[in-house]
Design a protein around this ligand. Structure first.
Ligand SMILES: [Zn+2]
Length: 217
């Protein structure tokens, strides 16, 4: 069972900032909420600043340590803001500025699109300050979650999130992209995505043949 939640140490400049996403905070997230019982907690119960949106996602998580909760929050934000993050994949800032959209809807899209992308990217990339409770730093527990995967300026909570995001953005088969990556390695993520995009209209057997050819290289 968890003890009373103690507030973590918050640096002065972060006193009104959400620990999960860097947006202005409005409330506290308690780990664990009083409705949850964790039999063998790996760290003391704590409380930290959060925005309302991250708090809602965090409260839905059933993870058993704050690092996993953060992972769930980042994944929740990525799902919710998928379309905003996809702007940065489909466009560069300059292309967007030079695009000749016509009509009210497109013009307002053009004005706000890059800003929406940047806000979503900053929130997903935000790394909160170190967690210190009653003078004890617990950051060494971060090993409990997978390594983030950084690609094209975005920090994905893990490789699988990047695979999901790009599959959804380009309409790729997620399992196929994973298989291609298993041959190419995550260092060649961009090449793997291009390889899959070339086969968007291919039949399952054509894709299978392409994968076999890749394996023989
Ligand atoms: Zn937040």
């Amino acid at each position: 069972m968890m003890n009373v939640c103690q507030p973590i140490e918050t640096p002065f400049e972060y006193r009104h900032v959400c620990w999960f996403c860097g947006e202005p905070s409005c409330c506290n997230y308690l780990f664990a909420p009083s409705t949850r019982y964790i039999i063998e907690p790996v760290h003391p119960a704590l409380s930290l600043n959060t925005c309302k949106e991250c708090k809602v996602i965090a409260n839905q998580s059933t993870a058993e340590n704050i690092w996993h909760i953060r992972l769930d929050v980042k994944q929740g934000l990525m799902r919710k803001y998928h379309d905003h993050l996809a702007i940065g994949i489909n466009w560069t800032e300059q292309e967007l500025e030079e695009a000749e959209f016509e009509g009210g809807n497109f013009e307002s899209f053009k004005r706000s699109a890059w800003m929406m992308y940047e806000i979503a990217r900053e929130r997903v990339n935000f790394i909160g300050w170190p967690i210190e409770i009653a003078g004890v730093n617990i950051d060494d527990l971060q090993y409990l979650v997978p390594e983030p995967f950084i690609f094209d300026g975005v920090e994905f909570p893990c490789l699988d999130d990047a695979i999901s995001h790009y599959s959804r953005t380009f309409g790729l088969h997620k399992k196929y992209l994973s298989q291609v990556l298993s041959f190419m390695g995550k260092e060649q993520f961009a090449k793997a995505v291009r390889f899959c995009r070339l086969q968007i209209g291919a039949t399952p057997s054509e894709r299978k043949l392409a994968l076999l050819a890749l394996n023989q290289k």
